[in-house]
Design a protein around this ligand. Structure first.
Ligand code: C5P
Length: 314
């Protein structure tokens, strides 16, 4: 997350995430699933501007960065099943998680003033790349800074976990092993990884994918992944990619299997779906390799293709 403060507002660039590892351990009585996952920030950024205002409400305007909705239209699917979401399905106004985050800070701090928030989106919705969670974390940080609250990170993490399982991760830097429903975070070492990411024309709803999943019977253990990252061995990272939500997602949309087949044709270190989908990523050897694979995938018109790498925190 990159934070810039000026006299009138706070501007934040907030990254996407990739799940390099995700195992579902059990279904919990509260409806969530117990998971262990390794999240790594990736260089696709949304940008949030937060301007404190005298009037007593928080407003939010959302727009897609130049060229993004056009890409969506070009690759748009003709029909969608009810559980498949569109590329730009991002709620505006009070429903948006970033707006809920800012309102939560306002309520807990007993602030009467409001704010105007502007969100420029690049992270596609319903894609397993954490866009909404990242925006919410950015709103917490922005509100804390703009209203001069000086709340410590631990306090923001508490609010973040009320907002969603992935939100606390975006308050950390780089990479983290996340447990519980995903909100218990422990920072871990990461390395520069080069990704090619495809967001197919349809997205998936997280609750729907979890509803469909089966907890794993034979755990692989996350240690192989954390060790590979510690050693800085990208080939080993590729060998130890795991996402136990992938079969559930593949049962909801044919796009996951289609992407898996396309990615197999490229000489990648590894590939899998990110989070609850529908984005699918491949691990490349170098930035040049990622560029080459991205350009081949673009010609197939199978969705929006991103080239990204590990985001380093500032
Ligand atoms: O925490 P968040 O609001 O992002 O979760 C959205 C939904 O995804 C939950 O309501 C739940 O249905 C599902 N989920 C789950 N187990 C998790 C995380 C999310 O079942 N660990």
């Amino acid at each position: 997350m990159h934070v810039r403060r000026s006299a009138t507002h706070v501007e934040i660039l907030t990254p996407a995430k990739i799940n390099l590892f995700l195992e579902v351990l059990a279904k919990r009585p509260d409806g969530y699933h117990e998971i262990v996952t390794l999240l790594s920030a990736a260089t696709i950024y949304d940008s949030l501007t937060f301007t404190p205002r005298r009037q007593e409400e928080i407003t939010l305007q959302v727009r897609w960065a130049l060229g993004y909705s056009a890409k969506n239209a070009r690759h748009g699917a003709a029909t969608h099943a009810a559980h498949e979401l569109q590329w730009g399905d991002v709620p505006t106004g009070r429903e948006n998680l970033a707006c809920r985050a800012a309102n939560l800070v306002r309520e807990r701090a007993g602030i009467r003033d409001g704010a105007a928030m502007h969100l420029v989106k690049r992270i596609p919705a319903a894609s397993g790349l954490g866009g909404a969670s990242s925006d919410a974390a950015a709103a917490l940080v922005a509100a804390n800074a703009a209203w001069n609250l000086n709340w410590p990170r631990e306090r923001l993490v508490e609010l973040a976990s009320e907002l969603g399982s992935d939100v606390p991760f975006f308050l950390t830097t780089g990479a983290a092993v996340c447990r519980g429903r995903g909100e218990q975070i422990e920072a871990c070492r990461t390395m520069r990884l080069h990704y090619v990411i495809v967001r197919p024309p349809v997205g998936l709803s997280t609750p729907r994918v979890y509803q469909q999943c089966c907890p794993v019977e034979q755990l692989s253990g996350i240690e192989n992944m954390t060790e590979s990252l510690k050693r800085g061995n990208a080939a080993d990272v590729g060998r130890h990619l795991i996402n136990s939500l992938q079969p559930a997602a593949a049962s909801l949309t044919p796009w996951i299997t289609r992407l898996q087949q396309e990615f197999r044709r490229h000489d990648l270190l590894g590939h899998q779906m990110s989070g609850s989908g529908s984005s699918y990523f491949g691990l490349c050897r170098t930035a040049r390799h990622a560029r080459r694979v991205a350009s081949r995938l673009r010609s197939l018109r199978i969705g929006t293709v991103f080239q990204a790498q590990t985001a380093v925190a500032s």
